[in-house]
Ligand binder design. Structure first.
Ligand SMILES: NC(=O)c1ccc[n+]([C@@H]2O[C@H](COP(=O)([O-])OP(=O)(O)OC[C@H]3O[C@@H](n4cnc5c(N)ncnc54)[C@H](OP(=O)(O)O)[C@@H]3O)[C@@H](O)[C@H]2O)c1
Length: 248
C-alpha cells in the first residue's frame, strides 16, 4: 500500500445518488474507498449506484435524510457509522439552488438555503468530529463566492456561510480533522436547463470550456489523500473566479 493510499477508508457523501455526488462516489471507490451514499428522494438512483460501487469491489450502504428535517439529519452521522462501522471522510455535497433576486428573496427562502446548504453541513461536520474523531471533511461551495450570483441570492449567501464555516471548522477540528472546500464553476446545467445553457456560458470562462463532474471528483480524491492541507479552497472552474461577471 502506497503512503498516500486511502484504500479501505470509508466516506459519507451527501446528495450522492446523481450528478456531481455520484461522480465523487465513483472516483473515491476507484481508490478503494467504501462509500455511504446519502440520498433524500433519489432512492432508485441510490440503489443503482450501490450496485455500481460494489461491482468496483468496495462496500457500499445507503442512508436517507431530508436536510429540512432535524430529526433526520441530526442522526445521519450515527446511522452512517452504524451501517459502515466507521467513517474517515465526509463530503458535504447535497445542496439546493432555488432562483431568487435581491428584489424578491424572502427570509423564509434564505432560512431554507442556509439550513440545507450550510447548517446541515456544519451539524454533520460537528457530529463527524465527535463520533469519527479524525479524518477529512470536504465542503462543496461555489466559485461565485468570489463575486455574486444575482439570480440565486439565498443560495450564494448560504455558500458564503459554508465557506466561512470551512475556515472556522478547519481551525476548531485541527489537528485530527482537515477541512477543505471545492468551489465548482460551470459543471452541469441546473434543473430545468439543458446542456446548451452551460455551452453558452462556457465562453465567459477563461479556459473557454465548462467542466465535468469528474473534474470535481478528481479534486475530492486529491483532498481526501492530502496530508498537509486544511482551510483551503480549490476552485475547479476554468479560472472563472478570476473574472468579474454578473450574469449568474
Ligand atoms: N452543478 C454545478 O455546475 C455546480 C456549480 C457550482 C457549485 N456546485 C455545487 O456542487 C454540489 C453538487 O452539485 P450538483 O449540481 O450535482 O447538485 P444537485 O444535483 O443540485 O443536488 C445534489 C443532491 O442534493 C440533494 N438534496 C437537495 N435538497 C436536499 C434536502 N432537503 N435534503 C437532503 N438532500 C437534498 C438531492 O438529493 P436527492 O436527489 O436524493 O433528493 C440532490 O440529488 C452542490 O453543493 C452545488 O451547490 C455545483
Amino acid at each position: 500500500m502506497s503512503k498516500r493510499s486511502i484504500a479501505g477508508q470509508t466516506a459519507l457523501v451527501t446528495g450522492a445518488a446523481k450528478r456531481i455526488g455520484r461522480a465523487i462516489c465513483l472516483a473515491l471507490a476507484g481508490e478503494g474507498v467504501n462509500i455511504v451514499v446519502h440520498y433524500r428522494r433519489s432512492e432508485s438512483e441510490a440503489a443503482e449506484l450501490l450496485d455500481e460501487l460494489t461491482s468496483e469491489g468496495v462496500s457500499a450502504w445507503a442512508v436517507r435524510a431530508d436536510f429540512e428535517k432535524p430529526d433526520e439529519y441530526e442522526t445521519l452521522i450515527q446511522r452512517a457509522i452504524d451501517a459502515a462501522g466507521s467513517l474517515d471522510i465526509l463530503v458535504n455535497n447535497a445542496s439546493i439552488f432555488p432562483p431568487d433576486t435581491l428584489d424578491n428573496v424572502t427570509f423564509d427562502s434564505l432560512k431554507t438555503n442556509i439550513e440545507v446548504n450550510a447548517w446541515v453541513p456544519f451539524v454533520l461536520s460537528r457530529d463527524f468530529a465527535k463520533l469519527a474523531g479524525k479524518g477529512k471533511i470536504i465542503n462543496l461551495i461555489d466559485s461565485r463566492v468570489t463575486d455574486a450570483d444575482w439570480n440565486h441570492v439565498g443560495y450564494i449567501l448560504s455558500k458564503h456561510v459554508l465557506a466561512a464555516l470551512t475556515d472556522m471548522t478547519a481551525i476548531a477540528y485541527a489537528p485530527d480533522i482537515a477541512v477543505n472546500a471545492i468551489a465548482p464553476g460551470l459543471i452541469l446545467p441546473p434543473p430545468g436547463k439543458d446542456q446548451s445553457y452551460i455551452e453558452r456560458l462556457a465562453d465567459t470562462v477563461p479556459l473557454k470550456r465548462h467542466g465535468d463532474p469528474r473534474d470535481i471528483a478528481e479534486a475530492a480524491v486529491f483532498l481526501a489523500k492530502s496530508k498537509f492541507l486544511t482551510g483551503e479552497v480549490i476552485y475547479v472552474d476554468g479560472g472563472r473566479h478570476l473574472k468579474e461577471y454578473r450574469n449568474g
